[in-house]
Ligand binder design. Structure first.
Ligand code: PEP
Ligand code: MG
Length: 578
């Protein structure tokens, strides 16, 4: 059947840029399970293959048990018991053996048996037992991964420029996909500030999200034009359209070349008002790109990466090594390390915390709340950060602070960790600055109080907008009302900045709004000191700052604060000449 040409699908522009490539469809778990008939003389060795995979899974579960035991103690470690019990269930193994004896390959046999067990769990009325199917699923996946010799989603078969198409891609998957031939992401769910979108920006890969059912419409090998600037994809474009986008693609390349010329120039307006531009990073690999784009510091180091795609909590030593690497590479520039912000749309597969099962994860056990509830996780990270602070300028930042008590509780733990290190003669920076992210309206309202007990703040507009407007940042159905231009959001930002300045502390923004050149002039006019943005946006923001007058943007920002509707705000924004 001939392919229909020029099908346009609209979604949410999540990461800027144009990409052209062949669709590479990623299954939910990307296990390619094919039934294979096993000849009679090979069935015993097929059973042995299954036994080996089960044994390997047992070893992995033991390692998980030991690591959890080390970090959090025995009570937590026992959560792996359920997995071992499932693994050792004699009926399960007999059922799989029977299928293999009848000629089914081990992968397909285990898949069939696990599927049957899961379906029987679904018919159970009791919610607790019903949920145990997740454990069975987990064990099944582990055995399958070992049978298939897979650790991660398998992209090694890529041969040409490709665009990954998936129903959903977790932030963890996004950061681990670092294949050069991947030119873009097309995802059914999510909004502009979902963490998957943010990771794509960090990697400098164009992305369109919130496409609803795109992954079921697209076929492998379809040609896709992805326009991450407007949030649109075109399936199987005609020659004419392809040519037009190829030109855009080339223009994009030329623009980047032009922007590079700004790299070493000062960050100041034409009337000499200066600002800082820092980078947001997700791991140490991104530091060199940030520096190459002229970053003068790291304004947000999202440390969740340390917790993704692994079977045990990172150790203090791992924390230390990862952070020290960044700090040493940044030399005299500051590195703002944010303590872990798990929860929301970032849950680990560590299984400890039942994350991902909450009714309202963004209002749930997230970020600093989780760290205060499980201090062992927090302490091991704090030790790593403190030890890294001996090698350069580290700033420590707590996410999701909602009130002064939370800040004090976190600081109390920090003080005790410092005391422990002093006793052991471990060096760290005694003057390390402590900051809070202001991303919950409650914290914004009491900025004067928080401002007296921190050294700096960074406004997390991604969450601040979500919580101020009551709009889920990852829900594509409400993506159109998630808008930084809402007058309440703009006024709140201005109030935070003024209130913090009264306490003589520096204010940054590390949410996506800081990296959007449309808002640069307004934020500068509000008095923002530091823009922390993904590496790909640094020079674009610098270009705007260098082309405006501070006096003028201040006047414009004042006018904007008087507006009650977005339309008038937009009108004034459009008068700014960049
Ligand atoms: C924010 O909320 O603006 C922010 C920078 O943090 P994150 O996107 O990681 O929640
Ligand atoms: Mg946030």
């Amino acid at each position: 059947m001939p392919k229909s040409k020029n099908i346009i699908l609209k979604g949410v522009a999540a990461s800027a840029g144009v990409a052209i490539g062949k669709a590479f469809l990623l299954d939910e778990d990307d296990f390619c399970l094919i039934y294979k008939k096993i000849p009679k003389n090979a069935r015993e060795s097929e059973k042995k293959r299954l036994d080996d995979a089960i044994e390997k899974t047992r070893q992995e579960l033991k390692e998980i048990y030991n690591k959890i035991n080390d970090v959090l103690g025995e009570n937590y470690a026992h959560i792996t018991d359920a997995h071992i019990l499932i693994l050792d269930d004699p009926t399960m193994r007999e059922d799989v053996y029977k299928l293999i004896e009848d000629g089914t390959n081990a992968e397909y046999a285990i898949f069939k048996v696990i599927d049957k067990i899961i379906r029987s769990f679904e018919s159970i009325k009791d919610d607790y037992f019903k949920e145990r199917k997740v454990d069975v699923q987990e064990v099944g996946k582990k055995i399958l991964a070992n049978l298939l010799g897979k650790q991660e989603r398998n992209l090694i078969n890529l041969k040409e420029n490709s665009i990954v198409v998936a129903h959903t891609l977790s932030p963890a998957d996004t950061v681990t996909i670092r294949e050069k031939l991947i030119k873009g992401f097309v995802i059914d769910i999510g909004g502009k500030t979902s963490h998957t979108a943010i990771m794509a920006q960090g990697l400098g890969i164009p992305a369109v999200v919130g496409l609803k059912i795109a992954s079921s419409q697209i076929r492998t090998e379809d040609t896709i034009i992805l326009d991450g600037n407007v949030g649109e994809i075109i399936l199987n474009p005609s020659e004419e359209i392809l040519e037009k986008y190829q030109k855009d693609y080339d223009r994009q390349y030329e623009q980047i070349k032009e922007l590079k010329k700004l790299k070493d120039l000062s960050i100041e307006t034409i009337d000499k008002h200066s600002a800082l531009i820092f980078a947001n990073i997700d791991n140490s690999d991104e530091v060199s790109t940030a520096l190459n784009n002229g970053a003068r510091g790291i304004g947000l180091y999202r440390t969740e990466f340390m917790y993704f795609n692994r079977n045990a909590m990172p150790s203090e030593q791992e924390h230390f090594e990862e952070y020290a690497k960044v700090v040493k590479e940044m030399l005299q520039y500051p590195t703002t390390i944010r303590t872990v912000d798990l929860g929301g749309d970032k849950f680990t597969k560590l299984g400890l915390l039942k994350l991902g099962q909450e009714q309202n994860p963004f209002l749930g056990l997230r970020a600093i709340r989780l760290c205060l509830k499980y201090p062992d996780i927090f302490i091991s990270q704090l030790k790593g950060i403190l030890r890294a602070s001996a090698f350069g300028k580290v700033r420590l930042m707590y996410p999701m602070i909602s009130g002064i008590d939370e800040l004090r509780d976190a600081n109390k733990i920090l003080q005790s960790v410092k005391q422990e290190l002093r006793k052991k003669n471990v060096s760290f920076d005694e003057n390390m600055e402590i900051g809070a992210m202001i991303e919950i309206p409650a914290a914004a309202v009491i900025m004067d109080i928080i401002g007296k007990e921190v050294d700096f703040i960074s406004i997390g507009t991604n969450d601040l907008i979500q919580y101020t407007l009551a709009v889920d940042r990852v829900n594509e159905n409400v993506a159109n009302i998630y808008d930084p231009k809402h007058p309440a959001v703009l006024r709140l930002i201005k109030q935070i900045i003024d209130s913090a300045h009264k306490e003589k502390i520096e204010v940054g923004i590390c949410g996506e709004m800081a990296g959007d050149p449309h808002y640069t002039a307004i934020l500068l006019g509000f008095g923002l000191d530091e823009f922390s943005v993904s590496a790909s946006q640094i020079l674009k923001i610098k270009k705007v700052i260098r082309s405006v007058s501070f006096k003028e943007v201040k006047e414009i920002s004042d006018k904007i604060l008087q507006c009650g509707d977005k339309e008038s705000i937009l009108k004034i924004m459009n008068t700014i000449q960049v």
